[in-house]
Design a protein around this ligand. Structure first.
Ligand SMILES: [Zn+2]
Length: 309
């Protein structure tokens, strides 16, 4: 009995300490009022002229046009986020993209409050139905299936539509013995779709395994940010994993991890460069070279050009 009491006291102590760590970690992620007000003041002071954008890295005000097709800061080479359409335009051969499942949209499976309205307003704003575009195309004349996630639609979160479209893209590639390239960009699973969202991780991974069993090539290109359930499933399953420079790649956020393990993490933690050093990423490719590198990878894997024997 005495043993049991001390054992129980030990457990209580551990749980309380654990809980305290978690609460602290959560507190850190909630911005304080003071910080929020400071940020507001800053926004007020600085007026950015129309057609311009402030580079979050070098803080220069830059004309949007000056970013060019590749959306790169001319002053500091920071990569701005690309939407799916821009990405496709810079990677695939001109006019070769044929989109799959163009009109698939979410049905709000949990009847989550305000979710349908949010989806609708984003559809109008982005002219996307959800956070991914899938289809077939050629790159350097070589045919492949492609899926490109878009952070402009609910932070590229993985919900039923994203999961289903990527699964179908894998199935199409398997049926037609084609390679597939997936550009990932995501804040993680879509909380408004709860468990339905989480099951997409297993569903896409299963389709990916069948594609792999058929001996076909799968390349992932991790773009900023690739986090949460997307990292924990198909982003890390590529036969070849490429990333853009300085991409944020991780599962949980830095502060949550630091709060849990009670250790300070290195500054470069969760960057593409850190992951390359630790073997999670095969190569970091400059944005302007992606199309060329992908075409070379297809060639090396014996993907024939259209019309070539
Ligand atoms: Zn810059």
């Amino acid at each position: 009995m005495k043993f049991f009491k001390s054992f129980k006291a030990g457990i209580d102590k551990i749980s309380v300490e654990n809980l305290k760590g978690k609460v602290d970690a959560i507190k850190e992620t909630v911005p304080s009022k003071e910080k929020e007000e400071k940020a507001k003041d800053k926004d007020k002071k600085e007026e950015i002229p129309e057609g311009h954008i402030k580079c979050p890295s070098c803080e220069n005000i830059i004309e949007k046009k000056a970013l060019g097709h590749y959306k790169i800061c001319p002053k500091c080479a920071k990569l701005f986020r690309m939407n799916a359409k821009e990405r496709i335009r810079t990677v695939v051969d001109k006019d070769s993209f044929e989109e799959f499942d163009v009109n698939m949209e979410s049905k709000n499976p949990l009847n989550f409050p305000d979710y349908s309205e949010k989806v609708k307003s984003l559809q109008e704003k982005t002219s996307l139905k959800d956070a991914v575009k899938t289809g077939k195309c050629t790159i350097g004349g070589r045919p492949c299936v492609i899926a490109v996630m878009d952070s402009g639609f609910m932070m590229g979160s993985l919900g039923s539509v994203v999961g289903e479209k990527i699964t179908r893209a894998f199935e199409y590639a398997t049926r037609n013995k084609m390679p597939i390239i997936v550009f990932t960009c995501s804040g993680g699973a879509r909380m408004q779709e709860g468990i339905v969202s989480l099951m997409q991780m297993a569903k896409v991974s299963a389709a990916c395994a069948k594609h792999s069993d058929a001996g076909l090539l799968y390349v992932t290109v991790l773009t900023d940010p690739t986090t949460g359930g997307v990292t924990a499933s198909y982003a890390m399953l590529g036969d070849i994993i490429l990333a853009e420079p300085k991409t944020l790649i991780g599962f949980a956020g830095r502060r949550v991890i630091e709060g849990t393990i009670k250790q300070k993490l290195p500054d470069e933690f969760q960057t593409a460069e850190f992951l390359l050093e630790h073997g999670f990423v095969d190569a970091i490719i400059e944005r302007e070279n992606l199309s060329y590198v992908l075409s070379d990878i297809l060639k090396l894997h014996n993907v024939k050009k259209v019309g070539e024997n």
